[in-house]
Design a binder for this molecule. Structure first.
Ligand SMILES: Cc1cc2nc3c(=O)[nH]c(=O)nc-3n(C[C@H](O)[C@H](O)[C@H](O)COP(=O)(O)OP(=O)(O)OC[C@H]3O[C@@H](n4cnc5c(N)ncnc54)[C@H](O)[C@@H]3O)c2cc1C
Length: 416
């Protein structure tokens, strides 16, 4: 088939790769000048286990509740009815998860299953590149109180069921693994994740883009898709008078996907959730984090990426305009104070704001849209980089009518 992909982020590139591999003629359209210029530009870099990354799924937020903590969820004045509906559904989904924390919840299990599948595909294809991708293994989830651990119980139930190693440490053991952690950082312990994976996912997307190009994928950059058409199937580019006709379209347009599909009558429970990363050079390696560190209470993650440490955090909905200085300041504070002397957050610093497409339960939307010829690979929330390979492969399987290697329950549109 002659297939169009809208979006050259992590999802679009991985999908192009998988479809081209199946023998399709693939064209990727993106409004930006290159790949990974949207949400895939500078995500934190946490890949696995997906559920222990903040904002991984409904029901895991810190116990004081997100709406009462503007530092954790900033709600802006541009909030519309779709955002409000999403907030309501997200809270409902969270309540269901918290009502039975020991249970393996299907939405959470679907996220972890997909991330692990994705990891297996990545490892089989790119392990030799690990150094170039600034990949590392190992992470600590810091526990400031026992309540944090209780809040994570639904995620831990899924990880135990999936056989993922999670080791409870006391505070002294945690400090042995991360000796640079500030002595005044109060903690009751930590979860040690020896198999956790992190990497610079943008480098991965770019490498995959060049590989896809060599395989024959066509890229059309600086091309804004102003409309999708489904009879006949095609994409209308801004500035062109007639649509470009394709046999099928895969929508991988991240946070813009919902707006692109709405004129076709498809209302997706997906919103754009803003967030920030700040990357600073390592000053003194022995004082910097050795591996990734998550503070669940502040919902901030630090990831070591080569000679830099990246702090990721913040969530905002219904906001517009300039970067939110207090949200950035929290990340600077984490870089300055959690590992004193480890980083240099004053020179060579990169600050970034991205918008991730988030569904009402945290799992992505994959597969048929219900409109002939139009397919979905979107709504990856805070784990689009972690899931890209798996999502691309599953989408290609569904297009081919092949049985996917993993169960797609909890990932398809019919669940909403
Ligand atoms: C602060 C932050 C931290 C994060 N941390 C992590 C992390 O640690 N681990 C992880 O796995 N994930 C993380 N994520 C999430 C991850 O970045 C996203 O889920 C992922 O990058 C989404 O990829 P995508 O390809 O779906 O979207 P994008 O990368 O946004 O790509 C969509 C593309 O579609 C194009 N496009 C949109 N509309 C049109 C149109 N009409 N015409 C043409 N082109 C169009 C855009 O230009 C863009 O290039 C984080 C996100 C944020 C914001």
């Amino acid at each position: 088939m002659n297939i169009a992909i809208v979006g050259a982020g992590a999802a679009g590139i991985a999908t192009a790769h998988a479809l081209q591999h199946d023998g399709h003629a693939v064209t990727v359209y993106d409004q930006r000048g290159s790949a990974a210029e949207g949400a895939s530009f500078a995500p934190t870099g946490w890949l696995a286990p997906a559920l222990l990354q903040p904002w991984s799924a409904a029901g895991l937020a810190p116990s004081a509740g997100l709406r009462r903590q503007p530092a954790l969820l900033r709600i802006g004045s541009a909030l519309d009815s779709a955002d409000l509906a999403w907030l309501w559904r997200w809270r409902q989904a969270g309540r269901r998860v918290r009502s039975a924390p020991e249970r393996v919840h299907p939405a959470l299990a679907a996220i972890e299953r997909l991330a692990q599948y994705s990891r297996a595909l990545r490892d089989s294809g790119g392990a030799a590149l690990a150094q170039d991708l600034q990949a590392q293994t190992g992470a600590l989830v810091l526990l400031r109180t026992e309540a944090t651990l209780a809040r994570l119980q639904p995620a831990l139930a899924v990880l135990a069921d999936a056989g993922v190693a999670v080791q409870r440490l006391d505070a002294a053991q945690a400090r042995q693994l991360e000796p640079g952690l500030a002595s005044d950082f109060k903690l009751v312990g930590a979860l040690n994740l020896p198999g956790a994976a992190t990497a610079n996912s943008r480098l991965w997307v770019q490498l995959q883009r060049f590989e896809a190009q060599q395989m024959g994928v066509q890229f059309v950059f600086d091309a804004h898709v102003s409309r999708l058409r489904h009879a006949p199937t095609g994409v209308q580019l801004a500035g062109e008078s007639s649509p470009r006709v394709h046999d099928a379209i895969v929508v991988c347009a991240g946070a813009d996907s919902a707006a692109l599909l709405r004129p076709l009558g498809l209302k997706l429970p997906v919103v754009g959730l803003g967030g920030y990363t700040v990357s600073a050079p390592v000053r003194e390696p022995v004082h910097a984090p050795r591996c990734a560190v998550v503070d669940w209470d502040s919902q901030i993650t630090l990831v070591r990426l080569g000679q830099r440490v990246r702090a990721g955090g913040g969530a905002e909905i219904g906001t517009s305009g300039a970067h939110h200085a207090p949200s950035l300041q929290r990340l600077y504070d984490a870089l300055n104070h959690w590992f004193p002397g480890g980083m240099q957050p004053s020179q060579g610093v990169q600050t970034w704001r991205g918008t991730r497409a988030m569904t009402a339960d945290g799992a992505p939307l994959l597969g048929a849209s219900g409109l002939p010829g139009i397919w979905l690979n979107l709504g990856h929330g805070n784990h689009g980089a972690a899931m890209a390979h798996g999502c691309g492969q599953l989408l290609a399987d569904l297009v081919a009518g092949r049985a996917p290697a993993i169960d797609t329950q909890g990932l398809v549109l019919e669940r909403f």
